[in-house]
Design a protein around this ligand. Sequence first.
Ligand code: SF4
Length: 358
Amino acid sequence: MQYRISFPHMGKYYIPIKKAMEAFVGNYGEVILPPPITKRTIELGALHSPDFVCVPFKYTLGNFIEALENGANVLFQIAGDCRLGFYSEVQEQILQDLDFDFTFHMMELNGKNAKGLYEVFKAMNPELTLPKVVSTLAVVVRIVYAMDGIEKYIRQNIGFEVEKGGFERIEKQFLAEIATAETMPQAGRIFKKYLKKLKTVALNKPAKPLRVGVVGELYVLMEPFSNYFIEKELAKFGIEVERFITASYLIFSTQHNVKKILKQADGYVSYEIGADGTDSVAKSVVMAKKGYDGIIHLKPFGCTPEVNSIPMVNKISEDFEIPVLYFSFDAQTSETGVKTRLEAFYDMLEMKKRGRAL
Ligand code: SF4
């Protein structure tokens, strides 16, 4: 059997995931990327999803349908400790009811799963060895760190480019080159080369620009289509953007640890409230203490862990006098509504900074 493997999109992370899966399946299969997310993706996903399920379910179901239409026959979904843990079973059933022919695998979202991955792929590729899985994962992890490092620099500075488009051009070249890295040192060198290039881009950045932190649920934070490209929109106003949630932070960082997160939350929450909710509180505290001008909280409609975090984020907002803008996304969210609210938020932050309001 020729294995045609696919998995849902989440930002640009398809690059390292594809690389890893190609190495694991070897000559016994190929990776079929779902087409880039479009309106059709979310419409398809929403059409076949239970109405009240959170929006990442709908997007990823749409990705699966489009990948299956393009010939995929092995699907991977991640597991998690909220409703994400039930996605696989429900999505598998929906796709079977739609008469697709495929096998479905659920993988834990953590950095210790090399053996589980090995067993799944060994069943497809008898030549695969555990050392091959481990060495591939090492390179892929370095690539993920490199991508997150480059994105961080861009997020903080793209709003201040003198000539628009420079960062995007360099990032495109970076992504093409990092995808070819075969060793950790090679990936490290590519990262350094492109960070250096990014630093040559001329900026017109004030000494104290408006700074906004984005917190919330991991999928809507990391899949820009699902948040209406909010970071790009913020950059258009000349805002420096900070976001802590990235794949490297969630999966590999020692900082993503309940005890450390609760310590950062500084009493605003004293026990875990599920998924990224605790982190949303903790990072709101961190940014409020650092004097950020505003916080944007993103969540899928009905996401219980993030709903849980809202009273504490409100309290932080009151205590530190830091404005918070909340967005709740679903398949029918209006793009115009998002842009209008962002514009109003920006105006308010600007006035506050100049001391003309609040
Ligand atoms: S964190 Fe929220 S939106 Fe994300 S999968 Fe869990 S319940 Fe759904």
